[in-house]
Design a protein around this ligand. Structure first.
Ligand SMILES: C[S@@+](CC[C@H](N)C(=O)[O-])C[C@H]1O[C@@H](n2cnc3c(N)ncnc32)[C@H](O)[C@@H]1O
Length: 239
């Protein structure tokens, strides 16, 4: 199958938005792992005075992880899918959270401008046509020294981890998704992970985009070797 991109992917997420929260709730650790990745950003205190960008916020699971760890931060949450975003915006949010519909490739046109103290992107970069361009755009939106957190299915490169990924998708995820009418999106999920960077390769991609302090950190549970947190920083401004 060919991967879904741009408008086709957005339409698939619009449709899948109806069952997205139920499906992710059935995934052990989904929300706890997002919170773990946010903590790995290492941002200080309760986030008072910080501006955060949640890129590809979906129905708000990653936004909720940011809000839980950093309750006083101001959050801008962006997604290309109107369906996903509508569900996110309909949830009760404490504090300052602004939702914006925009593709990650065209943030300025939607009025999303930096500087941000941190950008968090959960399960987004594997889905974009040009991850290097999106990473470069994110780097430019960050304040000097600002943090990047990417939470992503990026395989270890071990055959066993590829096999577990395929078994979980074929045996559990795809049968349920097909019944819900979202078979194409979840076949894309399976295939996009197999075709995406390994964790080492993605860390190198982040470095090549001009970030420093790049680390790839494993996540626990069945996702070990399958999903990682990547943390990095925009360099401090040259003096
Ligand atoms: C797998 S969901 C993850 C949602 C959320 N971050 C979470 O952790 O649950 C990926 C989201 O990225 C959005 N997305 C995919 N490509 C995008 C793009 N180019 N620009 C903005 N959003 C995009 C989709 O609409 C979808 O809501």
């Amino acid at each position: 199958m060919t991967l879904l991109r741009d408008e086709d992917l957005t339409a698939a997420f619009d449709h899948a938005s109806r069952s997205y929260d139920a499906l992710t709730a059935a995934n052990p650790g989904y929300r706890a792992h997002l919170r773990r990745s946010v903590r790995r950003l290492g941002l200080p205190g309760d986030g008072a005075g910080l501006r955060l960008l949640d890129l590809g916020c979906g129905t708000g699971a990653s936004t909720a992880a940011l809000r839980a760890a950093l309750p006083a931060a101001r959050i801008t949450a962006v997604d290309a899918s109107a369906g996903m975003l509508r569900r996110a915006a309909a949830k009760p949010w404490a504090g300052a959270v602004t939702f914006v519909r925009a593709p990650a490739e065209r943030l300025a046109e939607a009025g999303v401008t930096g500087p941000f103290d941190a950008v968090f992107a959960a399960y987004l970069l594997r889905n974009v046509s040009d991850p290097d361009a999106v990473l470069a755009g994110v780097r430019d939106l960050l304040a000097p020294g600002g943090r990047l957190g990417v939470h992503e299915y990026a395989l270890s490169g071990r055959r066993a981890d590829r096999a577990v990924w395929t078994a979980v998708c074929r045996g559990l995820v795809q049968p349920v998704a097909s019944v819900l009418g979202d078979g194409r999106l979840y076949r894309h999920l399976w295939r996009s992970v197999l075709e995406f960077d390994t964790a080492d390769r993605f860390a190198a991609r982040v470095r090549a985009a001009g970030f420093t302090h790049v680390r790839a950190l494993p996540l626990p549970g069945w996702q070990t070797g399958i999903a990682h947190t990547f943390v990095a920083r925009r360099p401090e401004a040259a003096r």
